[in-house]
Ligand binder design. Structure first.
Ligand SMILES: Cc1ncc(COP(=O)(O)O)c(C=O)c1O
Length: 339
């Protein structure tokens, strides 16, 4: 940041390219090719204020008032709220163990928002067959697929799945990424690799909304990536998160197994455990809270009535020692609760 500030101080003070600093776009282009098999020249990388602004821009340029946007259910609530605020009709579509149920998509959807690497919140990746079915569906219906690849960098088991974007022959996928999980959300830097036909409209929308994102943080991040520090950071954090995930799973498969059933989740920095029948989410959260253990339920991630009860355990910001402490205390709460 100091370096970026000094560089900036030498300039005259002027507006820059709405879709981002070239150095950062080049760094992201290399990163995506190497790590995510998304092949996009730097000119196709558009820098945004986090993934959330990428979603906002995409909705603005593809959807008119009353148009249908399909979202996963359960799913990440902020896009749902955002899409509704743009005047779109947001239609929740169920997910099963393979990912979004393509057969349940509303035929008139203009846009489908999905999290294929690590479904939010349940955690499973979208199966290959489902990916291909979704791509074929979007092509048939002239819809845009928005692939939110928010935390696929951290993978702990198995082979990485091909991104939708890398399978996309018909140019129907907008690939969205963010530095909120790999670095921190305060940075507010994300990006989108849109289909070619949307590039002009997106550039215009970004300029109309905020002219461009902060150039100093972009310059600092570009340098961080160019110097190899980002790659080192990812390797270091991978080890840290793996240790936290192992600690969490040891409790879920151990002392908590009578009450909680973790869902398979090979990537990302959170996982979900479903509650055994008879346990009410609200009740459990309130009892744990009284014992100073903060828990997040999954029912709020459903657009309507939740069909499953569970807890979401994020391990991006908690030390292993705190995981042990919190989950031991949770086990005591459950043991003392006469069901
Ligand atoms: C599904 C999903 N997408 C995107 C993000 C990050 O959004 P942003 O880049 O706007 O911080 C998150 C953060 O929790 C998320 O869970």
């Amino acid at each position: 940041m100091n370096h970026a500030l000094r560089e900036q101080a030498r300039g005259r003070g002027e507006y820059h390219d709405p879709v981002g600093e070239r150095a950062l776009r080049e760094a992201v282009s290399r990163y995506l090719a190497f790590n995510r098999a998304v092949l996009a020249p730097w000119q196709q990388i558009f820098v945004t204020q986090g993934a959330q602004q990428a979603l906002d821009l995409l909705a603005r340029v593809t959807v008119r008032h009353g148009d249908v946007i399909a979202v996963e259910d359960p799913g990440y609530p902020p896009p749902r709220m955002l899409f509704a605020a743009t005047g779109a009709q947001v239609v929740p579509v169920p997910v099963d163990a393979q990912g979004i149920v393509v057969d349940a998509l509303p035929p008139d959807a203009r846009m489908v928002y999905v999290t294929p690497s690590h479904q939010f919140p349940l955690g499973m990746p979208m199966e290959m067959e489902r990916r291909l079915a979704l791509l074929a569906w979007a092509q048939r219906h002239g819809a845009l697929i928005v692939e939110d690849d928010y935390d696929g960098e951290f993978r702990f088991e198995g082979r990485p799945m091909e991104s939708l974007k890398s399978l996309d022959k018909a140019d129907v996928v907008a690939y969205v990424g963010t530095f909120s999980k790999t670095i921190f959300p305060e940075l507010r830097i994300g990006y989108v690799v849109p289909p070619a036909e949307l590039t002009a409209a997106l550039r215009q929308a970004k300029q109309a909304i905020d002219w461009h994102s902060c150039t100093m943080t972009q310059a600092a991040l570009a340098r961080f990536m160019h110097d190899g520090d980002f790659a080192r950071h990812l390797r270091r954090m991978h080890k840290v998160y793996a240790a936290r995930r192992n600690a969490l799973l040891a409790h879920l498969h151990g002392g908590l197994a009578a009450w909680l059933r973790p869902l398979p989740s090979a990537a990302g920095i959170h996982l979900v455990a479903l509650l055994r029948p008879g346990l009410a989410e609200d009740d459990l959260i309130a009892r744990a809270n009284a014992a100073s253990v903060g828990l997040y339920g999954i029912s709020g991630m459903y657009a309507g009535q939740a069909t499953q009860a569970g807890l979401l355990f994020g391990y991006g910001g908690i030390e292993v020692s705190e995981i042990h402490l919190g989950l031991q205390r949770l086990a005591e709460v459950l043991e003392g609760w006469h069901l």
